[in-house]
Design a protein around this ligand. Sequence first.
Ligand SMILES: *Cc1c(COP(=O)(O)O)cnc(C)c1O
Length: 464
Amino acid sequence: MNDQLRQQMFRELEQKDILEQVKEYSYQYLDEIMARRVFPAEESLKNLAKFDESLPENIGDASAIIAQLNQYGAAATVSHIAGRYFGFVNGSVLPTAMAARLLADVWDQNSALYVISPIAAKLESICEGWLRSLFNLPEHAVAGFVSGSSLAIFCGLAAGRYRVFDNLGWDINQKGFYGAPKVRLVVGRQAHGTVMKAIAMLGFGLDHIEWVDCDDQGRIIADQVPTLDSSTILVLQAGHVCSGAFDPFEELCTKARKAGAWVHVDGAFGLWAGATEKLSHLTAGMQDANSFSLDGHKTLNTPYDNGIVLCDDKEALTKALHASGSYIVHSEQRDGMFYTPEMSRRARGIELWAALKYLGKQGIDDLVYGFHVRAKQAAEALAEAGFEILNEVVFNQVMVCCETDELTQATMQHLQQSGECWVGGAEWQGRPIIRISVCSWATTAADIERTVAAFIQARADAEH
Ligand SMILES: *Cc1c(COP(=O)(O)O)cnc(C)c1O
């Protein structure tokens, strides 16, 4: 590198002007976030064109780059931090976790191995223990820290694939699928799309899935599950992405365990119900599954990206993710890369640790149960205002309809444009619906009232 450029960067670190600039912009953003539009205005979206340029020929000016990012970037963000974003299942961020993330970003750690970052390794192992205790998992259960549930599901199913083939005397890492004995995959018809993606990526082929019918809430009908055996992987769900419904774990996990089948639970946001006493009936019996996927960045409100795979079979998980074997030497300390598909990873365990330590059991209980209370409040107020609620609000998700499909869709568009709140849509049993996902610590009873008022206004606007 040319010395002049290096000197410039040393100066940037020494003088910290750009960090001061970022601090000022961040404070400004946070001061305005609770009051601003939820989705950016048209004008702000148009200004994104300011970023259209060819790759610069020359070295840039740090301060100008940060200023440009702030000027046109901040305005084109969606307000997830405040309390009226109800789209997808997107969490907010806890201030303490945000602060821990900022510090960790300055540290620039790689959590592949203990020797690459002792602090990252330490906090991953602390989180692993805390998550085990939070979800009542056995002492030998392990955790891998990945980008999100998409990858966590992949990891859980990869572990299951390793174990189930191993049950049949087949080393899937060495021999692959050519000439392999048949392994069965049993999946509910309402499984999340990322489950099918993981199944496809793992080479099973979607055509080989044994599909199980679901009830009107999207729960697997236990009676419809075919006979399980030790060559089977059963995928269950804690929290349907639209209805929030939970599969019947008690019955199915017991059955699977007796049969020697592998059970993976996709609990991206819903697994956290198991961390609150008042909702733990939803996840009862789930502890008997073998692998679990969940997100910190949804229900727990950590920053992105924060996914977790939990597995009661360390050998299956580590062998599945590290097929090449011989160079893998487990140190006395935790080496995070053995539990994830990646080698280099950012140290997301740091902000997860901060979130768990800040909330503690009591805070997690309050946070998670609070989502349920707010979701019930929204459902009741909307029903009173003449909207149809399509689901039993067992957790944090509400499915809303108007009298006609056209009115539902037009109401949703008006809501999205209003800037008052943001809700997305989906299709449920052939009808378009509006989804509400309560997933932010910042959502107050007043936010729900304001959102319900926005629904009523949007429907009135759509009718005219
Ligand atoms: C969000 C979600 C996923 C995917 O999680 P990402 O963190 O976005 O990868 C999988 N399953 C369910 C039920 C979800 O809600």
